[in-house]
Design a protein around this ligand. Structure first.
Ligand SMILES: [Zn+2]
Length: 364
């Protein structure tokens, strides 16, 4: 199998960069279809219009309905067609971004992505997770291209809720460990090849940046301020975590996160929060040193990521439900198969309880 890495064509990150969006995107096409929520339009719509006008770009705005569903994707494809737009610009959280990427794939046109929160690793990847109107995953659309431009305005993210940034750190926390596990098992990544040394190194850098800057970055978002620490964490959460999961590989952490979908009590937990707990469970499965395990758990406690089941909202622990999580994490199509040794449902079940127990004791 070949070594393959895929990534966005251009990544731009800086304070106030939304004001340069027209300059950064003007070469992508003639007419831009900008998808965002009404709230986002109210906050930054004027800056975007001004910048596109200054750069003589034609554009229209269309409000995103909130769910990355097949209906919504088809609706926006029609809007693009009826208005002769030849570039999609998706502004918002993971669902708006995934919708924009899917529209670009279906319309065969370039896409630019502008995340307004840093809660997950959607912006840089070349795939979209599609849900039905009940919020259940129905399919993944793989794009033939990763985004043409990813534009991150750190000032916008500094003003977003701090919980989103922390969840993004949870998603990014898994990157290195999942890449390491899939490399050790020689698994195929979502880039459809083996991981490159570059992707593994990006995963490691992602982890190091979080350890060095995570707590500071959280403090700056609490004050709505941009700092060097925040810039470093944004690079970890958005660029390194995005390329890392797609081209470095996924393993047990994300599969366990998916499994928690079966416990209603955890539905209030964000993707990155559940991935953080999944990372701890993966490390227990791997029997890593106490030093490595405690470093991860203590980091989670310090920034406010879940280390126990109760932290994810599961206050009434039902053995049968945890069994379902473990079962779902171990189905053949799940990335638990990328672990470098066989992992059974019972292993995952036991590791979840062990993680919960260690989490409780580290908190004291
Ligand atoms: Zn993720």
């Amino acid at each position: 199998m070949a070594n393959i890495i895929k990534a966005p064509s251009k990544y731009i990150q800086g304070k106030g960069e939304i004001k340069n969006i027209g300059k950064h995107l003007s070469k992508l096409g003639r007419k831009f279809l900008i998808i965002c929520s009404e709230g986002t339009f109210k906050r930054i719509g004027q800056d975007i219009k001004l910048s596109f006008d200054e750069n003589m770009c034609q554009y229209i705005f269309n409000y995103f309905n909130g769910e990355c569903s097949l209906e919504e994707i088809d609706r926006i494809v029609e809007v693009a067609k009826n208005n002769s737009c030849d570039v999609v610009v998706a502004i918002g959280g993971g669902k708006a971004i995934d919708t924009g990427k899917a529209v670009s794939q279906k319309s065969d046109c370039p896409v630019a992505v502008v995340p307004t929160i840093a809660s997950n690793d959607a912006p840089c990847s070349g795939l979209s997770v599609v849900y039905n109107n009940e919020g259940v995953v129905v399919k993944v659309i793989f794009s033939k291209r990763n985004p043409d431009v990813v534009l991150v305005d750190s000032e916008i993210i500094a003003k977003a809720p701090v919980r989103m940034l922390v969840a993004g750190m949870g998603d990014a926390l898994a990157t290195y460990f999942e890449a390491r596990a899939s490399r050790n098992s020689n698994s195929k990544t979502m880039a459809k090849g083996n991981a490159t040394n570059t992707a593994i190194m990006m995963g490691k850098l992602c982890f190091d940046l979080l350890m060095e800057n995570g707590i500071e970055a959280k403090k700056s978002v609490e004050k709505n301020e941009v700092s060097d620490a925040l810039e470093n964490v944004l690079e970890a959460n958005i660029l390194l975590s995005g390329i890392g999961f797609e081209s470095g590989g996924l393993a047990a952490a994300h599969a366990i996160n998916d499994g928690f979908a079966y416990i209603e009590q955890s539905h209030g937990a964000l993707h990155g929060e559940k991935v953080a707990f999944g990372t701890i469970v993966q490390l227990i499965l791997e029997k890593v040193s106490d030093e490595e395990l405690y470093k991860v758990i203590d980091f989670c406690i310090q920034v406010g990521l879940p280390v126990t089941l109760a932290d994810m909202g599961i206050t009434n622990v039902v053995d049968e439900e945890i069994k379902k999580v473990a079962e779902a994490a171990c189905v053949k199509t799940q990335s638990t198969k990328n672990m470098p040794f066989p992992v059974s449902e019972m292993d995952v079940y036991n590791a979840i309880f062990k993680a919960d127990e260690i989490g409780k004791s580290r908190k004291q």
